[in-house]
Design a binder for this molecule. Structure first.
Ligand SMILES: *[C@@H]1O[C@H](CO)[C@@H](O)[C@H](O)[C@H]1NC(C)=O
Ligand SMILES: *[C@@H]1O[C@H](CO)[C@@H](O)[C@H](O)[C@H]1NC(C)=O
Ligand SMILES: *[C@@H]1O[C@H](CO)[C@@H](O)[C@H](O)[C@H]1NC(C)=O
Length: 371
């Protein structure tokens, strides 16, 4: 959410380019954790389960294959859920701030897993306890997260990103286009487009991103940003984040589960690693590095779908049109006029339909919805 993030607008618009140029290669067998060189540990799901987790655990037919802690580079652990048949086409679902993979994507895990996809859902570094005492806080950013996920992949995969997860996705696909059959971004903030805004329209940048500047500036003084967001048992964080979603998108139980996660092992530690993402993307420190990376964009043979809620408060619609589409114009853009930033929770069935359509096309098989 917050972030350098995402989103925008009204009514269905679309621009599809070069569908004929999509390269369909036969997908390599999906990453099988048992064959992985990474050492893994089985981790039981929390005993206190939210409605979202109940849905997944008691799904009939069963959908979750395994949930394990995997140490990625710098030895930090990442909790990863595998769902659906391992022989299916691989899909990776990447969550944003301040979420976890399981809770953010529960409806999509259920739908895609039951429809034959091999679904991989990692917690990004810094989230849900995915950190390691020896790793410097400055290593918790979307560039490193992209490397983490690359380690998880041995297949050509479509990838769905949301929010901070979207940043990770752009980097991953820009650097490894050969791995991907397609990309779907929900509220898909784009690092280089954001940098354009910062450099060329600084007032607009400040207007829409004041909270990033605050997190960056005040964070270093007595962890003020951490303390502010954690105040009153995280009510502040809940308000600035899920408070902008339409009622019902997150249940009371979901919110309680998030609060439990954010408290561990200690609220300042947990928030520090999550906010590190904003500190990395915040103004000035890394702009030049990012600009240099920007020389390469996503190649046009990879179909990109951008999905936006018109009422997303974190990233105004004009940015999509004036910034992102200037950088990547082989996209299909879908707008939901009545929705906000939290699309996969607000309109899960509709998002599942969009994913199914994009993946069926990319993998060249009939949509499950047609059956
Ligand atoms: C968070 O990670 C732990 C493993 O460290 C896992 O048991 C738990 O289910 C995860 N929670 C969510 C909501 O993803
Ligand atoms: C967008 O498309 C136009 C042609 O329609 C092309 O000239 C331009 O280079 C494209 N921009 C990017 C960033 O791909
Ligand atoms: C959005 O909300 C308005 C007012 O409630 C309604 O008329 C319209 O049909 C909605 N649009 C969609 C796409 O659901």
């Amino acid at each position: 959410m917050l972030s350098v993030v995402a989103v925008a607008v009204a009514a269905l618009i679309l621009t599809v380019t070069h569908p004929g140029q999509t390269i369909f290669r036969s997908p390599i067998e999906a990453a099988q954790t048992t064959q992985s060189p990474l050492q893994t540990t089985e981790t039981p799901l929390n005993t206190k389960q939210t409605t979202a987790l109940q849905l997944l655990l008691h799904a009939n037919p069963p959908v979750i294959r395994t949930h394990i802690s995997i140490p990625l580079h710098n030895a930090h652990p990442s909790f990863v859920t595998f769902a659906g048949p391992s022989t299916g086409k691989t899909v990776v679902l990447i969550h944003g701030f301040p979420e976890t993979g399981l809770l953010s994507w529960s409806s999509q895990i259920l739908f895609l897993g039951q429809n034959g996809y091999n679904v991989i859902v990692p917690d990004l570094r810094g989230f849900n306890g995915s950190y390691h005492a020896d790793t410097p806080v400055s290593d918790y950013n979307y560039i490193n997260a992209a490397l983490d996920i690359k380690l998880l992949l041995e297949a050509f995969v479509p990838r769905v990103g949301h929010d901070s997860g979207a940043l990770t996705t752009w980097v991953l696909v820009r650097d490894n286009p050969e791995l991907f059959a397609c990309v779907v971004q929900l509220a898909g903030v784009h690092d280089l487009a954001y940098m354009d805004l910062m450099l060329f329209s600084p007032w607009k940048f400040i207007k829409h991103s004041w909270y990033i500047i605050c997190i960056r500036t005040f964070g270093s003084i007595f962890s003020l940003a951490e303390r502010f967001l954690a105040a009153n048992n995280f009510e502040m964080l809940v308000n600035v984040a899920f408070g902008t979603s339409i009622p019902g998108a997150y249940s009371v139980e979901d919110i309680e589960e998030y609060k439990d996660i954010w408290k561990k092992p200690f609220f300042l530690t947990s928030m520090k690693f999550q906010l590190a993402w904003y500190r990395y993307t915040a103004p000035f420190s890394h702009s030049l590095k990012l600009f240099n990376r920007g020389k390469s964009e996503i190649p046009s043979f990879i179909p990109v779908t951008l999905v936006w809620g018109a009422k997303d408060p974190y990233f105004p619609v004009e940015h999509l049109n004036s910034l992102i589409l200037q950088r990547i114009n082989h996209t299909k853009t879908i707008m939901y006029e009545n929705n906000t930033h939290w699309l996969q929770r607000e309109i899960p069935d509709e998002i599942n339909r969009v994913l199914d359509e994009a993946f069926s096309k990319a993998f060249s098989f009939p949509s499950t919805m047609d059956n």
